[in-house]
Design a protein around this ligand. Structure first.
Ligand SMILES: [Zn+2]
Length: 225
């Protein structure tokens, strides 16, 4: 897990503990700079209490447990063992309606989520962009009778969005995922501001829009019967 290096002193000031603060709030899922609230020493362990500095109203406390290990002089380099709570995934919880439509999307989303949780935000953005493409293509196959052939395989995400996301706002957020994702995926890099949290805000809207589309199409099929 990627972390931000910080230094903690023992109560008597004699020892230095060089630890890594998580770069990711497990409560809200945003990339943050963890606010240091409290450090407790429990035998061989160091328990750190952090507060989320996310731009939302999150402000949740979360915990990291470190194994202190052995000192070099009066310096320790404790090893991060565990962050609690385990990452909360509000998007994942709403996925029941798309699970049947696109299990590959669920898998790709999970991999991107793992990259995000270790602080690999560019890799995560590429992964989420890829997950979005899978979801749009599965949606086209499931509800628009599109065949899983080379035409679809090589169809760009841009064309997929234009063809299958007919609602204007759905297409707009789809294109935002595509453009942000391409910024992270394509090389040489273009000089464009990339704000991962903004990307994730659009991704959340995109997934909600796709859940809505899947549910509406499913309902249409039920009503036809
Ligand atoms: Zn948070």
């Amino acid at each position: 897990m990627k972390t931000n290096p910080i230094e903690v002193r023992s109560g008597d000031g004699r020892y230095y503990y060089h630890i890594g603060a998580p770069l990711f709030c497990p409560a809200c899922g945003l990339a943050i700079r963890a606010i240091e609230e409290e450090f407790c020493f429990v035998k061989e362990l160091l328990l750190a209490v952090y507060k989320c500095s996310g731009r939302t109203e999150c402000g949740e406390l979360f915990y990291a447990l470190y194994a202190i290990g052995t000192a070099t002089g009066n310096h320790y380099h404790p090893n991060l063992l565990y962050v609690y709570p385990r990452s909360y995934d509000d998007v994942m919880q709403k996925f029941d309606s798309v699970k049947a439509t696109s299990p590959d999307f669920i898998a790709a989303h999970g991999q991107a989520r793992n990259a995000q949780s270790t602080g690999d935000f560019e890799l995560a953005a590429c992964g989420y962009r890829n997950a979005a493409e899978i979801l749009v293509k599965d949606y086209a196959m499931r509800f628009h009778n599109v065949v899983a052939d080379d035409n679809l395989r090589y169809m760009s995400l841009n064309d997929c969005i234009n063809k299958y996301l007919t609602g204007e706002s759905d297409a707009v957020v789809g294109h935002m995922i595509r453009i942000f994702g391409n910024t992270a995926a394509h090389y040489p890099r273009i000089e464009a501001p990339f704000d991962f949290n903004e990307f994730m805000a659009y991704y959340g809207i995109f997934v909600s829009a796709m859940i809505k589309n899947v549910m509406i199409e499913t309902a249409k099929n039920l009503l036809k019967k």
